[in-house]
Design a protein around this ligand. Structure first.
Ligand SMILES: NC(=O)c1ccc[n+]([C@@H]2O[C@H](COP(=O)([O-])OP(=O)(O)OC[C@H]3O[C@@H](n4cnc5c(N)ncnc54)[C@H](OP(=O)(O)O)[C@@H]3O)[C@@H](O)[C@H]2O)c1
Length: 294
């Protein structure tokens, strides 16, 4: 039995799609806080259990009989370590045979502030003695393309990442790596540095968006303090703005670049080119009705 947490999230959706192509549904279970969001999985024959990360009893129930667990890191920045500890404690008690954790690129050494909870989770998990695998995910290309409406509105990518290269990959690529690890032997104790094959700068991303959208898009590389003002002005909570600014500043110095090739090797194919993810995001934008006459 393979159990997946965070299965109703965006990465989890890709993971479950991939698992259902390789594993009978009766051997799959998801532990989610809102089973209503997993109706499609239940209909496909997956065992859906309600288990909020803050509910130890529910987590224990969700992990009974699990051979492998994919712990998709919690989205509650600042409360993630507590969430992950609860899941890991339940997994140890249930005697889960392997815990696969979605971490961050070079978790033990990266200067990115966001990595703190990932590093602590890795240490916690390694100390349990339970066989583990760390999937150290780099940036999702979608982190950039989900900003397309704002980018197109302003004709600019506003950021503070200088000429830093982003070795980003699509969520589907990282999900495929998780599926590969969960469905093949030989991964216990390994830490994979997962990133895209073709790193790009934000100036290169702006040029790609401009080419595909057919409108000028430039890269506005802002000083950190000014970028923070833009984010807070756009309504982001200050603490979250600080996290994003920090990631950009560290990316400028190479923290999100990578050339390990781990992701390509794990999934047995090149990672999704940024041009493809941009095209998909543009195609998904709502069509704005023309204002012109008949
Ligand atoms: N590598 C990157 O660039 C990057 C970017 C953003 C995030 N991340 C990390 O990667 C993870 C997966 O990414 P994603 O895009 O799939 O994020 P996402 O769509 O926000 O998914 C997060 C998942 O965590 C679940 N979750 C949050 N709090 C929970 C709780 N208290 N109990 C149980 N489940 C809870 C959510 O449940 P619901 O479905 O009910 O909301 C959701 O399924 C994120 O959570 C974050 O840690 C990585």
């Amino acid at each position: 039995m393979i159990v997946v947490t965070g299965a109703t999230g965006k990465l989890g959706g890709h993971v479950m799609k991939g698992l259902l192509e390789k594993v009978p549904a009766k051997d799959l279970r998801v532990a989610v806080r809102d089973p209503g969001k997993a109706a499609d999985l239940a209909a496909a024959g997956v065992d859906v259990r309600r288990a909020d990360y803050s509910d130890a009893a529910a987590l224990a129930d969700a992990l009974v009989g699990a051979d492998k667990l994919l712990l998709i890191s919690s989205s509650a920045v600042g409360r993630r370590l507590a969430h992950h500890r609860a899941v890991i404690d339940a997994a140890v008690k249930a005697g889960v045979g392997q815990v696969v954790y979605t971490s961050i690129l070079r978790a033990p050494t990266t200067p990115i502030a966001l990595a703190g909870e990932h590093k602590q989770t890795e240490e916690l998990l390694a100390a349990t003695g339970t066989p583990f695998v760390f999937l150290r995910n780099g940036w999702y290309t979608e982190n950039h393309t989900e900003q397309l409406p704002v980018i197109l509105q302003h004709g600019a990518i506003a950021a503070a990442a200088g000429d830093g290269r982003f070795a980003s990959a699509a969520r589907a690529d990282y999900a495929a790596a998780a599926v590969a690890v969960l469905t093949t032997p030989g991964h216990d104790g390994k830490a994979y540095e997962l990133a895209g094959d073709q790193p790009f700068t934000l100036a290169e991303l702006a040029a790609e968006i401009s080419k595909q959208a057919g409108q000028p898009v430039s890269y506005a590389n802002l000083p950190a303090a000014q970028y923070r003002e833009v984010l807070v002005g756009a309504g982001l909570p200050e603490a979250y703005a600080d996290i994003l600014v920090d990631a950009d500043v560290k990316a400028a110095a190479g923290a999100l670049d990578d050339s390990s090739g781990d992701l390509r090797r794990l999934i047995g194919r090149p990672t999704t080119p940024v041009a493809v993810t941009v095209a998909e995001a543009l195609a998904a934008l709502p069509v704005v009705p023309s204002q012109g006459g008949r």
